[in-house]
Design a protein around this ligand. Structure first.
Ligand SMILES: [Zn+2]
Length: 314
């Protein structure tokens, strides 16, 4: 990534990676605000890890590696997994334990707490985290000690003291997360327009869109800002030499459009997109698809700088 421009270094990426991988990398839209890197589980649409999706990946490595985002629930594979588990040649109490761990029915403190059996779900072994199954079997310091002693190669989270810069970065990230979780936008009307309508005075309306030029491995984004009389105040278009998909291109257009509106001094703005997924992601009614999560977060944070914001979908 080029730190100055915030874009992928296309030449270098193509040089370092196999064509298929380079294409996959370049199709990830980068946010102009350069948020910190984040782990995304590629096998669920929302990018969050679920045990269920992990079975499916484990069961079909070839399918998973070719279409990570296209995987859907597959009862047959799941039942194959359970059959395999139950046929493992280990003492039955091990199989039963594995089954109960996968189903999240072990009596962890977290589970007992949610059933009001315990007041405090904190892990007794380390005292600094809620004792979920993931914590008890994996993340807890004590569990990590056991894994390390077992000689099985496991990834461990450092162990050395964090620098103040890292602590600051973590705090900033948490603040961002808090703001994202608590954001509210005014929704002017639920009905969607089929034709463009000017905003009410003193609002400005900014329409954004993205188009994919598949043959060129490029996308075009466009932004138009108009006032309540429908008069066009400013417009911007840009070509980005990255092979984004339609949704990613529209998300990128929104991010650029928000910055553009801010830069030309607009403060009461209706942002309009024709992407329902993008609209719903920005208004918090759905979790954004993993490929646009960074962009959506960046947009939401930036929108809070405006005096008043509305989002609409046409
Ligand atoms: Zn613990």
């Amino acid at each position: 990534m080029d730190n100055e421009t915030g874009n992928w270094r296309i030449g270098l990426t193509k040089e370092l990676f196999l064509p298929h991988d380079a294409q996959a990398i370049l199709s990830i839209p980068l946010s102009i605000r350069k948020p910190p890197d984040r782990m995304v589980w590629a096998f669920t649409p929302k990018g969050q890890f679920t045990v269920n999706s992990a079975y499916k990946v484990a069961l079909s490595p070839s399918q998973a590696s070719t279409s990570p985002l296209g995987s859907t629930s597959n009862n047959q594979q799941t039942s194959v997994f359970w059959k395999t588990l139950w046929r493992l040649k280990v003492p039955s109490k091990f199989r039963s334990f594995a089954w109960r761990a996968c189903k999240n029915v072990l009596p962890t403190k977290s589970n007992l707490h949610s059933r009001k059996v315990l007041d405090d779900p904190t892990c007794e072994a380390c005292g600094n985290s809620v004792e979920t199954i993931g914590h008890a079997l994996w993340a807890c310091d004590k569990a990590q000690e056991v894994w390390r002693a077992s000689g099985i190669l496991v990834h461990s989270h450092g162990g050395s003291r964090q620098t103040s810069a890292i602590i600051l970065q973590l705090a900033v990230n948490m603040l961002d997360e808090y703001r994202l979780a608590n954001h509210r936008f005014t929704m002017p009307n639920v009905a969607t327009h089929t034709t463009w309508a000017p905003p009410h005075n003193p609002w400005y309306k900014v329409n954004v869109d993205g188009a994919v030029f598949q043959q060129l491995d490029a996308v075009g984004i466009g932004v138009v800002a108009r006032n309540h009389t429908g008069h066009c105040l400013a417009a911007m278009s840009k070509k980005l030499w990255v092979p984004l998909g339609p949704l990613e291109a529209k998300a990128k257009a929104m991010e650029e459009g928000i910055d553009f509106a801010w830069d030309i001094g607009l403060r009461d703005v209706v942002f309009e997109t024709d992407s329902e997924v993008l609209y719903k992601s920005l208004t918090g009614s759905i979790t954004p698809p993993a490929t646009i999560q960074n962009i959506v977060s960046s947009c939401i944070l930036r929108l809070q700088d405006f005096r008043a914001v509305q989002l609409t979908h046409v």
